[in-house]
Ligand binder design. Sequence first.
Ligand code: AMP
Ligand code: ZN
Length: 114
Amino acid sequence: MEECTFCKIVKGEIPSSKVYEDDQILAFNDINPAAPIHVLVIPKKHIKSLIELTPDDELLIGKIYTVINKIAEKLNFKDSGFRVIVNCGKDAGQEVEHLHFHVLAGAKFGDKIV
Ligand code: AMP
Ligand code: ZN
């Protein structure tokens, strides 16, 4: 089976513009940004989507949020604010089947769905 795009990015087989990396988590700029700052934060481990999470992943997912805060500090949008979005499945329009957190910043987002 063809490996997913984000697993290839983790392995360095597809180039990415990295923003943060540790042993479990990688963050890189979205190739088609929807905001002035659009970072994708992913677990290095292949998890297909939010709905596939298990209790074993709870620490990892908590860590993703503290990594997002580190990125907010590093890229200087901690005070101006930001939005985090996770698309899960068909109706949400999830295109890449490897769990990812969209972090959007650098603009005032007018259209609030929730
Ligand atoms: P989603 O629709 O939530 O699955 O979002 C997938 C996101 O991945 C989109 O915003 C794409 O622009 C982004 N994307 C797809 N391929 C790449 C890539 N090779 N490098 C960076 N971002 C990518
Ligand atoms: Zn993957």
